[in-house]
Design a protein around this ligand. Structure first.
Ligand SMILES: Cc1ncc(C[n+]2csc(CCOP(=O)(O)OP(=O)(O)O)c2C)c(N)n1
Length: 382
């Protein structure tokens, strides 16, 4: 007799059906692509092009001092857009700081989506309007939140699923483990999307995990793992749609790993040339998610030159609007910083708030004096 002969100690789940396929799932360039709905392909394409332009414009705004920081998702647009388009209206999205494109594709105003990255203290949008949680800067903290929301929805009998996005580096956080464990034990309707873009700032994949793939980690928690080509927008859309349907139908959570690449630096404050080879970047540039989709549409006669131009023009309109609205000074009341800390502020906070008020009043007085000193004498005469 061994412990495995005692019923309670026998494996409780058959691991085989939970294992991911050895190769990432692909649709573009395969017979499966022929079954794709042309309207979906066109919608994905238009959003991918807009997303790439948005990334470029937001990066330019950091150089113009209009945005404190921008973590570009260039190269990862297929994951971003497919994630947003796979959601049903009642579902919830839990993004990380890199997922602005998913947030905008879900319907959040493109400027409001940048509020946090502009340095304002709050999220910038009402999470309840589009069912989009705040962009999370602390790694993986959004994952337990997603599980909690999904579990609550299940207890209330609401057919709602949550999609939580995280990077490869985020999977090393305790919150990742706790979220996946609770999700599987509670059978919560949540889907975890790991965008494996090869790096956590300068930390390469090989130093992040020794697992065969991130999708394999699912098996240890008792949920299925799926591996998908993250540059193949229809494939990501298909895999996420299936996982979200499964979650809403009571099938429990799924862990999806999308294999992709971060083409730009980690943010505008990073020099990626210090830790990766240009040849590697070039290889991924040649496997571009926008071009892959464009080739499919063109090959099937769903996109011609006029159609391409129309999509490009729409993307330019979006960028121009972003540029214009981000060039206005935000009107901020700095003392708001203290407003939501405690119902009754502590003496220290009251003291700090008074100090800030005095300092900002003195600064305002100084700059008004400087401005009037600069005015030509003639203009100052009554
Ligand atoms: C809890 C926590 N620890 C450390 C950091 C600092 N940090 C910011 S981004 C980052 C790398 C994250 O990489 P990954 O999860 O792969 O996401 P990516 O940036 O590639 O999208 C780290 C360590 C943080 N934001 N939060």
């Amino acid at each position: 007799m061994t412990v495995l002969d005692i019923p309670a100690w026998r494996p409780r789940t058959d691991a085989a059906p939970l294992l991911p396929d050895p190769e990432p799932y692909r649709m573009l360039g395969t017979p499966a692509a022929a079954r794709l709905d042309p309207a979906l392909l066109r919608a994905l394409y238009a959003q991918l092009v807009r997303g790439r332009r948005y990334n470029r414009q937001a990066t330019a705004l950091t150089k113009q001092g209009r945005l404190a920081v921008y973590p570009s998702s260039t190269g990862q647009e297929a994951c971003e857009i497919a994630a947003a388009l796979a959601l049903a209206p009642a579902d919830w999205l839990f993004p990380s700081y890199r997922d602005t494109l998913a947030v905008v594709a879900r319907g959040v105003d493109p400027v409001e989506a940048l509020t946090l990255l502009r340095g304002d203290w709050h999220t910038g949008y009402d999470p309840r309007v589009h069912r989009v949680a705040p962009l999370s800067t602390p790694l993986a903290t959004q994952l337990p939140h997603a599980v909690g929301l999904a579990h609550a929805a299940r207890l209330s009998g609401d057919p709602v699923a949550a999609l939580a996005m995280v990077g490869d580096g985020g999977t090393s956080e305790g919150d990742f483990h706790e979220a996946l464990n609770f999700a599987a034990v509670w059978h919560a309707p949540v889907v975890f999307l790991v965008q494996n873009n090869g790096f956590a700032i300068s930390v390469p994949l090989a130093k992040q995990t020794a697992a065969p793939t991130f999708a394999h980690k699912a098996v240890g928690y008792g949920m299925p793992g799926r591996l998908v080509d993250g540059n193949d927008a229809p494939a990501v859309h298909q895999v996420l749609t299936e996982a979200l349907n499964r979650a809403r139908d009571g099938g429990g959570p799924t862990l999806v790993e999308a294999v992709t690449y971060r083409i730009d630096a980690h943010t505008n404050a990073d020099d990626a040339g210090r830790y990766r080879e240009e040849a590697e970047v070039a290889a991924w540039r040649a496997y571009d998610p926008v071009e892959l989709l464009e080739r499919e549409l063109t090959g099937r006669g769903l996109l011609d030159e006029a159609g391409r131009q129309q999509v490009a023009d729409e993307a330019e309109t979006l960028a121009a609007d972003l540029r214009e609205r981000m060039h206005t000074e935000p009107s901020l009341d700095l003392t708001e910083l203290f407003a939501h800390v405690y119902a009754e502020p502590t003496p220290q906070l009251r003291e700090q708030a008074a100090l800030l008020r005095a300092e900002t009043a003195a600064e305002a007085e100084e700059s008004a004096a400087a401005a009037s000193a600069e005015e030509p004498a003639a203009e100052r005469r009554p």
